[in-house]
Design a binder for this molecule. Sequence first.
Ligand SMILES: [Zn+2]
Length: 230
Amino acid sequence: MLKVLDSAVPVACWSCAVAHNDATLFCPHCSKIQPPPGGDYFSVFGLVPHLDLDLSELEHEFHRLSRKLHPDRFARAADNEKQWSLADTALLNDAYRTLREPIHRTEYLLKLHGAAIGEEHSGKDRKDPSRVPADLLEEVFELNMQLEEMRAARKMGETDAELQASLEQAKRKFDGLMDEVDHDLRAQWKAWDEGDAGARAAAQKAMVALLDRRRYLNNLVRDVTETLGA
Ligand SMILES: [Zn+2]
């Protein structure tokens, strides 16, 4: 189920002057295009921020709005309406790209709610051992040694089938751990969407930690893939 936005700041339509909520791309009264609204990406689709989105409904709404915003429809419109059709299209595309992708959507929603997300907020170097998830310390230590060995072997033009197999196995394991994180994230979506303020705060904290872990695992997988493919 899509959660539909029912309350937003009312503004007057530039064309008919009837008030509507400021999230909409078109006036519900006279259907005229509106300047890019100032709300969040969810409100572009008339939604309240939530995580367990119906992607087929989102896609359907994206295509419907894209058609309505198409420049051909504004060929004979006033200059400001032409410009708004381009600006609204850019906003719609950005909103759709962010919301349809589960990790981007989760990060976006958490940032909307003031969470500090991403590499730039961790304040520590990726190689810093204190950033390694505690349950992975030993494996990451081992993996880094194997990666160095592999790079050294490559430099010498040597191949090491055993090392290669070991790294491929490690990659499969980290891929599996990322799948687990994604599964856990989905469980937190529900807690966030359906919970009260306390449950939301707890889900938010859990999701920030899961996204950190996911980013860490993703970097490991990338390192291994790069080294194997070098
Ligand atoms: Zn209007």
